[in-house]
Each structure stands twice: as structure tokens, then as C-alpha cells.
Design a protein around this ligand. Structure first.
Ligand code: SF4
Ligand code: SF4
Length: 60
């Protein structure tokens, strides 16, 4: 199963990924980001993140 992997070390919480998510699956707070179960792995956020803090990973 594919999943979006988030790297907190790289993220500057700019919110760009949130604005391109069609599923409203990204929850961003001041210093954390979570990809929720609503994610369909469309890859929008992976491509748009200027800091490459998101990547797709195979899980399970
Ligand atoms: S676009 Fe990238 S740097 Fe910006 S909040 Fe999303 S994951 Fe973080
Ligand atoms: S892969 Fe698509 S659905 Fe999943 S969090 Fe990123 S933009 Fe949203």
C-alpha cells in the first residue's frame, strides 16, 4: 500500500501542500503536519512541496 511520508526536518510549514490537496487530508498546525486517512495518494502535495518534505512510500 502506498502512503505519503512526511519529513518534519525539511518542512517549514508553509501550507502550500494543504492548498493543493483535493481530499482535505492534510492537517497543518504551527509545528506539525499530519496526513490523514482521507489521503488518496494523488501526489499533488508531493510534487508541489518546495522543500521536498513529502514523498510517497510503499507500506505493507
Ligand atoms: S508544502 Fe512542504 S514545506 Fe510546505 S507545509 Fe507542506 S510539507 Fe511542509
Ligand atoms: S497525496 Fe493527494 S490526497 Fe494525499 S495528502 Fe497529498 S494532496 Fe492530499
Amino acid at each position: 500500500m502506498k502512503k505519503i511520508n512526511y519529513n518534519r526536518e525539511l518542512c517549514d510549514f508553509c501550507g502550500t501542500c494543504v492548498s493543493v490537496c483535493p481530499q482535505d487530508a492534510i492537517e497543518l498546525s504551527e509545528n506539525n503536519l499530519e496526513i490523514t486517512d482521507k489521503c488518496t495518494v494523488c501526489m499533488n502535495c508531493v510534487y508541489i512541496c518546495p522543500l521536498r518534505a513529502l514523498e510517497v512510500k510503499n507500506e505493507g
